[in-house]
Ligand binder design. Structure first.
Ligand SMILES: [Fe+2]
Ligand SMILES: [Fe+2]
Length: 220
C-alpha cells in the first residue's frame, strides 16, 4: 500500500476551543456552524432513509431505519440549539458544503436521484466507510458541545443523547465493515475508510476556513 499523506483531524479539545471562540467572539458564525451541522444531520437522515429501503438484508434495513430516525432527531435537536442561541435554521442548498457532502458520499452535486435498487457491494463499502468517517467526526463535534454546554442542562441532555446514538451508529457500521473484511474485502474497506476520512477532512477544512473568513471579515 502506498504511503499516505497525514490527515489533520482536530482533537475534541481543539474543536471545543474553536467552538468556544466562535460562540463568544463571532456569534453569527457560530450559528452558521450549528446550521451546517443541522443540515448534515437532516441530509444524512434523508439519504439513509432511501438507503434503508433498498438494502437486501432485513437486519441491515432495521438498523438503517433506526439510524435514519436518529439523524432526523439530531437535526431537530440542533435546530433547537440554534434557536436557543437566538438564531434560525437557514437553507444550505446553495452552499459549498452541500456539494462537498454530496461528493463525499459519491452522489451527484444535487444529491442524485432516490435509490431504487441496492447498490453493488463495492459501492456499499464506499457508502458505509464514508458514513463511518462522518459518524466519528460527528462524535468529536458533540464531545466538544458536551464541554461547551456543560452548564446548560437542556442542551447537555440532548448532546448526551446524540452521543449515545453515535455509539450505536459507529458500532453497527463497524460490525458491517468487519463482516465485509471477513468476506475478503479488507483492502477495499480500508481504502474506502481512508478516502472517507480524507474527503471529510477536506470538506471540514473548507467549511472551517469559510467560518474563520466570515468571522474575521476576510474576503473569501
Ligand atoms: Fe447525527
Ligand atoms: Fe450518527
Amino acid at each position: 500500500m502506498a504511503a499516505r499523506e497525514e490527515i489533520f483531524e482536530p482533537t475534541v479539545e481543539q474543536t471545543y476551543e474553536f467552538f468556544k471562540y466562535l460562540r463568544s467572539e463571532h456569534r453569527e458564525a457560530f450559528i452558521d456552524l450549528l446550521n451546517s451541522i443541522r443540515f448534515a444531520e437532516l441530509r444524512g437522515a434523508g439519504y439513509l432513509s432511501y438507503l434503508a429501503e433498498v438494502l437486501d438484508d432485513p437486519s441491515m434495513m432495521a438498523k438503517m431505519t433506526k439510524h435514519a430516525a436518529d439523524e432526523g432527531k439530531h437535526a431537530h435537536f440542533v435546530t433547537l440549539m440554534i434557536r436557543r442561541e437566538g438564531g434560525q435554521p437557514r437553507s444550505m442548498v446553495h452552499q459549498n458544503l452541500f456539494r462537498a457532502m454530496s461528493e463525499a458520499r459519491g452522489q451527484r452535486g444535487d444529491g442524485g436521484p432516490p435509490l431504487e435498487t441496492c447498490p453493488p457491494r463495492e459501492e456499499l463499502v464506499e457508502v458505509f466507510a464514508s458514513m463511518q468517517a462522518i459518524e466519528r467526526s460527528a462524535k468529536g463535534a458533540f464531545q466538544a458541545f458536551e464541554k461547551l454546554y456543560a452548564d446548560d442542562e437542556v442542551v447537555l441532555s440532548m448532546v448526551k443523547e446524540v452521543l449515545r446514538d453515535e455509539e450505536f451508529h459507529i458500532g453497527w457500521i463497524s460490525k458491517v465493515l468487519d463482516r465485509w473484511r471477513a468476506d475478503g474485502l479488507g483492502e477495499q474497506v480500508d481504502d474506502a475508510l481512508e478516502r472517507g476520512r480524507r474527503a471529510l477532512a477536506e470538506a471540514r477544512d473548507r467549511s472551517i476556513r469559510a467560518q474563520i473568513e466570515q468571522a474575521t471579515g476576510a474576503a473569501s
